[in-house]
Design a protein around this ligand. Structure first.
Ligand code: NAG
Ligand code: NAG
Ligand code: NAG
Ligand code: NAG
Ligand code: NAG
Ligand code: NAG
Ligand code: NAG
Ligand code: NAG
Ligand code: NAG
Ligand code: NAG
Ligand code: NAG
Length: 860
C-alpha cells in the first residue's frame, strides 16, 4: 500500500513536471512526497520549481537539491522512503522536530552523496537501517535523542569518512560492534573524533578491539549504558583522547593504565565498581587533566600528593569511595584547583598545602566526626552562584504576553532552548566565561548573516544547564528561514565543530511556536482579509494555547470538526473551532465568512477573536462563553435552572442580538439557524447569539431575498422558506418564535413526532388561565408566577404565522420589553439575577449541533 501511494505520488508529480523546466524530475517528485506527508512545512513550498522559487529550507546547486535544512520547524509525519530520489543531497538536517516519527527508511542508504545526516531530537524509532553503511561520504551522523532501538549496525564501520557519530539518548542495545573478517565495526572509523553513545542500553564488554593506535578519537562517551567487564587497556593507545565518559555502567576493575594520554582533560568513571582499586598511579601523569570524577567506584587507598601538582587540575569529585589516610595537597598544588569533593570517604586528616585555596568538602569522613561547624570543610556550603545576561546599556522594558525583553531592551519572541555543558573545562562560577560564550554565539550568528539581534544566557549553580534565548533582529519574531538557519549553526557549534573552550555542548531547542501567522494565499484564496478587531493566529500559537489540541481541551465536536478551549497569553479564554479535513471550505469562502464574522459587534452576539488559515488549517477563534447553550439549561443538562424572569431576559437578549444582525449590521445578516443550541449563556446568563456559519449577508441580493439551498435545522425551519427557498429575515423570526415556545415548554421543537408549535396552537384556549397550557409548560416554572405568559405565547404565535404577518425583530424586542414590565421587571435592576439556581456542573457548552457551521451540514 505504502509503495502504491509512492508510485501514485510520483506519477502525479511527473505530470506536474512536464510543465516545470529546469528542476530535476526526481528531486521534485521526492520533495512532493515529503510535502504530502509532512505537516507544518514552510508556507512557500508551492509551485513546481523548488530551486527557482527558493523554497525555504531547500538549497540547490545547478538545479539539483543539495541540502534540506528544516531544524525546529515543528514538522510532523514520517520520513518518506522517497527521499532516496534526491540523489545529489549532501545535507539533511531535520533536528528538533519531535513530531517526526516512524522508522528511518532503508532507502536512505541510496543517498550516496550525503555527508551530513542530522536527525537529533526527533521522534524516530525502530532500528537504524544497516543501509546507512552505504553512505560513503557521511562525515556527520547525528541521531541523538530519538527512540532508535536494536543494535548499532556494524555497517556504520564502513563510513570511512565519519567524523562525528552521535547516537546519544536512544534505546540501542546489544554489544558495541567491532570488525571481524569481512564484517565491519566501529574500530574501522579511524577518522572519527567523536563516539557519543551515552544513555542507551548497550551491554557486554567494551571490546578491546574497539581502540587502536590509528584512531583519532577525542571524545569517547558511553555513560549510562549496561556495559560490564573491564575497561580495555587498548584505550591507552588512543593518544588523541580528551574526554572520557564511562559513568553509570557495570564496569569492573582493574583500571587500565592510561599513562601517556597527554590530551586527556575530562574523565568521568562514576558509578561503576572497580572493586579494591587503589587510586590509579598513572592519573598523576595526565598533564592535561582538568576534571576527574569517580564517585562511587570503590576506590581505596591514599591519594598521592603528586596528583595535586597537575598543572591544569580544576575539579576532583571522588565522593562515596574508600579513600583513606591523610589528605595532603602538597606545596605546589594547581593554581586552577577549584573543588575537591571527597564526601563519604575514610580520610582521617587534612594537611593544607601552601597554595591551597579551593573549595574542599570532607563531610562524611572521620576527619569531620564531631567537627561540623568547626572546620569549614566539614559542612557543605551551597553555592549561590547565578548568572544572567545584563541589559546592554539600556533600560529594560516590561513586555506584554509571551514577549520577553531582550538584552537590547526590546520586546520580542525569542527562540529558546537548553544549552548543556557536558564536560565544562572552566570555572563554572565565573561569569566571564558565559559572557565569552555569548560573544562566541553572536559572532557565529553574524558570520552566517542570521537575523539575531542578541542572545542571553542564564544559569543557576545547581544545574549544568544554561538557558539560551536568541532574539530576532529588527522584528518581534523569527520566520522559519531564520529558525532553521540558527538551528543549523547551533548544531554545528554544539556538536561537530564545537569550540574547545566550552567543552562539548549540546543544545535542546524548545519548539518555536511564534512563526508569523500568515494567510495561505494563492490565486483562489485571495489576499489576506482585512479584519477589524480580529487577530490572525499562527497554527503553532493555537497549538500552544490548546495544549496541542489535546483531548482534555476538547469541548465539543461535530461534523465540522472539533472545538477546543484555549487560553491566550493574556489569560483570556477562547473557544477554538478547528475544521477537520474534508469539511473545509474554499479560501475565498473562508475569507468572506471571516469578513462577515468580524464585522459583528454586539453584546448579545458571540464575537470573533481571530482566525488561522495556514498549513492547510481553517480555524476560528471565538470568545469563550462560560455557561454553555440555552438548550443544555432548558433540558437540565447543564444544571442551571432558569426562572420565568430569567427566561424573559434570555428571550430579550437573543431577540436584541438578532435585531442587531437584521437591522443594524451593515450589510444586514440573516442568521438562518436560530435554535436553542445556538444561544449561549455567559457567566451572568446573558444570551449570546452564536454560529453565523449558515448566515448570508444580504449585500448581494436583489429583491431583498436570497435564493439558496435550504439549510438550517429541522423544527426551526420556516415552512415558507422550505417551499420557496427564498430567504428573508422573516425566516429567522419564524425560528425565533419556535425558540420562544421552547423557552416556556423546555421541549424540543419536534419531540416524539409531535411538532411543538402545532401542539401549542391546538391546545391553547385563550379564555382560560395560562391559555390552558399547563400540560405542555415546563414543570420547572409551572407553579411560579408566570405574569405575561399569555402575551409571550401570543408573540410567539405571531412569529410563526405566515410570512407577511410576522413581526420584525425590532417589534419582537419591544413586545418582550413590554411583557417584562408587566411581569414586574424594573429597568436598571442588576442584570446579574439573584434568582438563578445552579445545580451540578455544566456539560460541554459547545455541543454537537452548535457545530454545524459553514453550511456543510444540512438540516437533519
Ligand atoms: C536504492 O538501493 C537499492 C539497493 O541498493 C537499489 O535496488 C535501488 O535501485 C536503489 N534506488 C535508487 C533510486 O537508486
Ligand atoms: C594502522 O594503520 C596502518 C597503516 O594504514 C596499518 O598498517 C595498521 O595495521 C593499522 N593498525 C591497526 C591496529 O589497525
Ligand atoms: C603504565 O604504562 C607506562 C608506559 O606505558 C609504564 O611506564 C608504567 O609502568 C605503567 N604503569 C603500571 C602501573 O603498569
Ligand atoms: C552516580 O549515581 C548516583 C545515584 O544514582 C547519582 O545521583 C549520581 O548523579 C551519579 N553520578 C554521576 C557522576 O553520574
Ligand atoms: C588505607 O586502605 C588500604 C587499602 O584498604 C590499606 O591497605 C591501608 O592500610 C589503609 N591506610 C590507612 C592509613 O588506613
Ligand atoms: C554520604 O553518605 C550518607 C550516609 O550514607 C548519605 O546520606 C549521603 O547521601 C552520601 N553523600 C553523597 C554525596 O552521596
Ligand atoms: C552568596 O554567598 C556569599 C557567601 O557565601 C554571600 O556573601 C553573598 O551575599 C551571597 N549572595 C547572594 C546573592 O545571596
Ligand atoms: C574568570 O575568568 C577569567 C578568564 O576567563 C579570568 O581572567 C578571571 O580572573 C576569572 N575571575 C575569577 C574571579 O576567577
Ligand atoms: C525571513 O526573515 C529574514 C530576516 O528577518 C528575511 O530577510 C526574509 O526575507 C524572511 N523570509 C521570508 C520568507 O519571509
Ligand atoms: C558547519 O561547520 C562546517 C565545518 O566548519 C562548515 O563546513 C559548514 O559550513 C558549517 N555549517 C554551518 C551552517 O555553519
Ligand atoms: C456560570 O458561570 C459562572 C461564572 O463563570 C460560574 O460561576 C457558574 O458556575 C456557571 N454555572 C455553571 C452551571 O457552569
Amino acid at each position: 500500500m505504502g509503495s502504491r501511494i509512492q508510485i501514485c505520488l510520483l506519477v502525479i508529480s511527473f505530470q506536474i513536471l512536464l510543465v516545470a523546466t529546469q528542476m530535476n524530475n526526481l528531486d521534485f517528485a521526492a520533495l512532493n512526497a515529503l510535502k504530502e506527508i509532512w505537516k507544518n512545512i514552510p508556507l512557500n513550498w508551492v509551485g513546481s520549481d523548488p530551486c527557482g522559487n527558493s523554497w525555504e529550507g531547500i538549497h540547490c546547486t545547478n538545479s539539483r537539491v543539495t541540502s534540506i535544512t528544516l531544524a525546529s520547524m515543528g514538522l510532523t509525519g514520517q520520513l518518506s522512503g522517497d527521499i532516496q530520489w534526491l540523489s545529489e543531497l549532501q545535507t539533511l538536517d531535520l533536528s528538533y522536530n519531535n513530531g517526526l516519527t516512524g522508522s528511518l527508511p532503508r532507502s536512505i542508504g541510496n543517498l550516496t552523496k550525503l555527508s551530513n545526516l542530522m536527525l537529533a531530537s526527533c521522534g524516530f524509532s525502530g532500528p537504524i537501517p544497516e543501509t546507512i553503511g552505504s553512505l560513503q561520504q557521511l562525515s556527520v551522523l547525528s541521531l541523538s535523542s530519538n527512540s532508535f532501538s536494536g543494535p548499532i549496525p556494524p555497517s556504520i564501520g564502513n563510513l570511512f569518512n565519519l567524523y562525528w557519530l552521535d547516537l546519544t539518548g536512544n534505546k540501542l542495545s546489544g554489544t558495541i560492534p567491532v570488525s571481524s573478517g569481512s564484517t565491519p565495526g566501529l574500530d574501522k572509523l579511524v577518522k572519527a573524533k567523536h563516539f557519543h553513545c551515552g544513555s542507551n542500553q548497550l551491554s557486554g564488554e567494551i571490546p578491546s578491539q574497539l581502540f587502536n593506535s590509528n584512531m583519532s578519537l577525542i571524545h569517547v562517551i558511553f555513560n549510562d549504558n549496561q556495559l560490564s567487564g573491564k575497561i580495555p587497556s587498548t584505550l591507552g593507545l588512543v593518544q588523541t583522547l580528551e574526554i572520557l565518559f564511562l559513568s553509570n555502567n557495570q564496569l569492573t576493575g582493574p583500571l587500565p593504565n592510561l599513562t601517556g594520554l597527554n590530551s586527556l582533560n575530562y574523565v568521568d568513571l562514576s558509578n561503576n565498581t572497580f572493586d579494591k582499586s587503589d587510586f590509579p598511579p598513572w592519573v598523576e601523569t595526565l598533564q592535561s587533566l582538568g576534571t576527574l570524577v569517580m564517585e562511587n567506584t570503590g576506590l581505596q587507598g591514599q591519594i598521592p600528593v603528586a596528583f595535586f601538582n597537575l598543572p591544569l587540575l580544576m575539579r576532583v569529585v571522588l565522593r562515596n569511595n574508600r579513600l583513606n589516610g591523610t589528605l595532603d595537597t602538597g606545596p605546589s598544588c594547581s593554581d586552577q584547583l577549584q573543588l575537591i569533593d571527597l564526601q563519604n570517604n575514610s580520610i582521617i586528616d587534612f594537611v593544607p598545602g601552601m597554595r591551597f585555596k579551593s573549595e574542599l568538602i570532607l563531610v562524611g569522613n572521620p576527619v569531620c566526626e564531631g567537627k561540623q561547624g568547626i572546620k569549614p570543610y566539614c559542612s557543605i556550603q551551597q553555592s549561590n552562584f547565578s548568572y544572567s545576561t545584563q541589559p546592554n546599556n539600556c533600560v529594560p522594558v516590561t513586555c506584554k504576553s509571551d514577549q520577553i525583553c531582550s538584552p537590547s531592551c526590546r520586546c520580542a519572541l525569542p527562540y529558546m532552548g537548553s544549552l548543556i555543558l557536558a564536560a565544562p573545562a572552566f570555572d563554572q562560577e565565573n561569569s566571564s566565561i558565559y559572557m565569552s560564550l555569548e560573544n562566541y554565539l553572536m559572532s557565529s550568528f553574524r558570520s552566517h548573516q542570521l537575523p539575531v539581534d542578541s542572545v542571553s544566557l542564564s544559569k543557576n549553580s545547581y544545574s549544568p544547564v544554561l538557558r539560551l534565548k536568541m532574539f530576532p533582529y529588527g522584528v518581534d519574531r523569527f520566520n522559519r528561514t531564520g529558525i532553521s538557519g540558527i538551528g543549523l549553526v547551533l548544531h554545528n557549534l554544539t556538536t561537530p565543530y564545537s569550540d574547545k573552550t566550552f567543552g562539548p555542548l549540546s543544545f535542546i531547542a524548545d519548539q518555536y511556536v511564534y512563526f508569523a501567522a500568515s494567510w495561505d494565499s494563492n490565486k483562489s484564496n485571495g489576499g489576506v482579509p482585512q479584519l477589524k478587531g480580529a487577530r490572525c493566529f499562527s497554527f503553532e500559537e493555537l497549538k500552544k494555547y490548546t495544549n496541542t489540541f489535546s483531548e482534555a481541551n476538547c469541548i465539543g465536536s461535530g461534523g465540522y470538526g472539533k472545538v477546543y478551549r484555549g487560553t491566550l497569553p493574556t489569560g483570556q479564554l477562547v473557544a477554538i473551532k478547528r475544521a477537520k479535513q474534508g469539511s473545509m471550505q474554499g479560501g475565498l469562502e473562508f475569507k468572506s465568512e471571516l469578513e462577515l464574522l468580524s464585522r459583528v459587534h454586539h453584546k448579545n452576539v458571540v464575537s470573533l477573536v481571530g482566525y488561522c488559515f495556514e498549513q492547510g488549517e481553517q480555524v476560528l477563534v471565538y470568545e469563550y462563553i462560560a455557561n454553555g447553550t440555552l438548550k443544555d439549561s432548558l433540558s437540565g443538562k447543564s444544571g442551571i435552572r432558569l426562572d420565568w424572569m430569567k427566561r424573559l431576559q434570555i428571550a430579550l437578549g437573543a431577540a436584541s442580538g438578532l435585531q442587531y444582525l437584521h437591522e443594524l449590521a451593515n450589510p444586514p445578516i440573516i442568521h438562518r439557524d436560530i435554535k436553542s443550541n445556538n444561544i449561549l449563556l455567559d457567566e451572568y446568563l446573558n444570551a449570546k447569539v452564536s454560529d453565523f456559519g449558515l448566515s448570508k449577508s444580504l449585500l448581494y441580493s436583489e429583491n431583498c431575498h436570497i435564493t439558496t439551498q435550504v439549510k438550517g435545522t429541522m423544527g426551526y425551519l420556516d415552512p415558507e422558506y422550505c417551499m420557496t427557498q427564498q430567504l428573508t429575515e422573516k425566516s429567522d423570526v419564524y425560528a425565533f418564535g419556535v425558540l420562544m415556545i421552547e423557552l416556556i415548554t423546555a421541549k424540543q421543537p419536534i419531540e416524539k413526532g409531535k411538532y411543538i408549535v402545532r401542539e401549542v396552537g391546538q391546545k391553547m384556549d385563550k379564555a382560560k388561565d395560562l391559555y390552558d397550557l399547563h400540560e405542555i409548560l415546563d414543570p420547572n416554572i409551572l407553579g411560579t408566577a408566570l405574569t405575561g405568559l399569555e402575551k409571550f405565547v401570543d408573540l410567539a404565535m405571531r412569529c410563526v404565522e405566515e410570512g407577511a404577518g410576522r413581526p420584525t425583530m425590532g417589534e419582537v424586542v419591544k413586545e418582550i420589553e413590554n411583557i417584562m414590565q408587566i411581569a414586574g421587571w424594573k429597568l436598571n435592576v442588576d442584570t446579574v439575577s439573584t434568582s438563578v439556581g445552579f445545580e451540578g456542573i455544566s456539560n460541554h457548552p459547545y455541543s454537537e449541533e452548535s457545530l454545524i457551521i459553514y453550511g456543510r451540514a444540512l438540516a437533519r
